[in-house]
Design a binder for this molecule. Structure first.
Ligand SMILES: Nc1nc2c(ncn2[C@@H]2O[C@H](COP(=O)(O)OP(=O)(O)OP(=O)(O)O)[C@@H](O)[C@H]2O)c(=O)[nH]1
Ligand SMILES: [Mg+2]
Length: 432
């Protein structure tokens, strides 16, 4: 599944999941399946998994003494050098566990951060990931594994790892401040680029990682973005022009995927990438319908959007990978349960016209019809109206022109302001 590592390079890992009153054993195994995919993406091979029934976490080691002994034996027996918890561990729990188990211990957040660090390619995503890693690292500075990371790298040691772990917290804080500045500069550039394409409607793809967002992006725009059957293939957003019908031009944006329990540091540092989500006129929430946990995926995406305070946008749920779904009952049930959704296969190009017409309908809903009477020489306002709207009719009188036009509501205020300023100016001139 993972092409970049040979078996001998792969670290052997043991996974731990906790069964509680809220999480059943079956659910823990589903969560561990996902953790296994994450571990695989990060370059580890899973040599075993252990679950523990525990209503609360042991303060010093998360799991109890007996379970810890079992874990230690399994780790030795399987020759594993890495233990990964599906929960977020406290810094002191990691330290204690590493001392007892004599191997590297990672939690879910540490693993996700590591994948992001390997997949970050652009200055923006690298900066964002490094910021998130340093924020995460700050309370966890242990030094114990620095000698290992220097020798051979490995999971949990990439990115800012090697040198900065040895520096003190003060230096890390300075580094975070520098990264913030760097990010602010990148964002200013992006803002300027974005302003110049402000007139087109923006449709943004969101969804759980591996749902097929980039596949749909490529299908609709020939963007040629990376598509892979692994988690978090996309970290940077890509925006391309496309047509919903012969006349309707829009911008489509592909974004980073979400996951259950997405680390807070990452969400915070990826805010600028996620601006594309914030500025969208419509969100297409892509769901992998062939995944047994697609409902949990929908929930996790909705939670993340809430966390990002993006909860008032029109959202169209797009069930993808229908070519992989043989169960006709499921298709029927989904249609009933989500009556406003669309079922597609991005990979096979199935039902794309239906998707386009639904997006068009939602965009149309966000439009309003306005009219304006302007002097014929009000060239700036006339040009602006033409650039952002669809002009329905134009009537000329001796000195004025009256336009009727349909425009996205988000332009309404700026158009009204522009028209009023012309009228104020005209009034002012008539008094002179
Ligand atoms: N069978 C089938 N596979 C699909 C479909 N759409 C995407 N895939 C596959 O699903 C995998 C993930 O696709 P991507 O487009 O990379 O998914 P993504 O949502 O962009 O994932 P991240 O960027 O990693 O969050 C790839 O192996 C695709 O070929 C589909 O409609 N049917
Ligand atoms: Mg992608």
């Amino acid at each position: 599944m993972n092409y970049t590592y040979t078996e001998t390079q792969r670290e052997r890992a043991i996974l731990i999941g906790i069964i509680t009153d809220e999480v059943t054993e079956a659910e823990v195994h589903e969560n561990l399946d996902e953790l296994e995919r994450l571990a695989d993406t990060a370059g580890a091979v899973v040599a075993g998994r252990i679950t523990q029934n525990r209503p609360y976490a042991e303060p010093s080691t998360y799991i109890g003494k007996g379970k810890l002994e079992e874990l230690s034996r399994l780790k030795d027996f399987q020759n594993a050098e890495l233990v990964i918890f599906d929960e977020e561990l406290l810094p002191r729990q990691i330290k204690n566990l590493e001392n007892i188990l004599k191997c590297k211990v990672l939690d879910r957040t540490g693993l996700i951060l590591d994948i992001f660090a390997s997949n970050a390619k652009t200055a923006e995503s690298k900066t964002q990931v490094e910021m998130a890693q340093l924020e995460y690292l700050l309370p966890r500075l242990t030094r114990m594994w620095t000698h290992l990371s220097k020798q051979k790298g490995g999971i949990g040691t990439k990115g800012p790892g090697e040198t900065q772990i040895e520096t003190d917290r003060r230096l890390i804080r300075i580094r975070i401040a520098n990264l913030k500045e760097k990010l602010a500069k990148i964002q200013t550039q992006k803002f300027t680029q974005r302003k110049s394409r402000n007139e087109l409607d923006l449709v943004t793809l969101v969804g759980y990682t591996n749902a097929g967002k980039s596949t749909l992006m490529n299908m609709l725009t020939n963007a040629n973005v990376l598509v892979e059957d692994r988690l978090f293939a996309t970290l940077d957003s890509t925006t391309r022009l496309t047509y919903l019908d012969n006349n309707k031009k829009i911008l489509l944006t592909d974004t980073v995927g979400f996951i259950r329990k997405l680390p807070h540091h990452l969400v915070a540092s990826f805010r600028s990438t996620l601006d594309e989500v914030r500025n969208a006129d419509v969100l297409l929430h892509l769901v992998d319908l062939s995944h047994p946990n697609f409902r949990e995926h929908i929930h996790a995406v909705e939670e993340t959007l809430l966390e990002l305070e993006i909860d008032s946008k029109p959202i169209l749920i797009v069930f993808n990978k229908v070519d992989q779904v043989q169960d006709s009952d499921l298709l029927h049930q989904v249609r009933l349960e989500f009556p406003n959704s669309v079922l597609v296969s991005a990979y096979r190009g199935m039902n794309i016209p239906e998707l386009k017409s639904q997006v068009l309908a939602i965009l149309e809903n966000g439009y309003t019809e306005l009219s304006a009477e302007l002097p014929q020489d009000a060239s700036k306002a006339l040009a602006y109206i033409h650039s952002v709207s669809e002009v329905v009719s134009t009537k000329y009188s001796e000195t004025t022109v009256t336009l009727k036009f349909r425009v996205n509501k988000r332009h309404e205020a700026s158009i009204k302001e522009m028209i009023e300023s012309y009228h104020r100016e005209a009034l002012y001139k008539s008094f002179q």
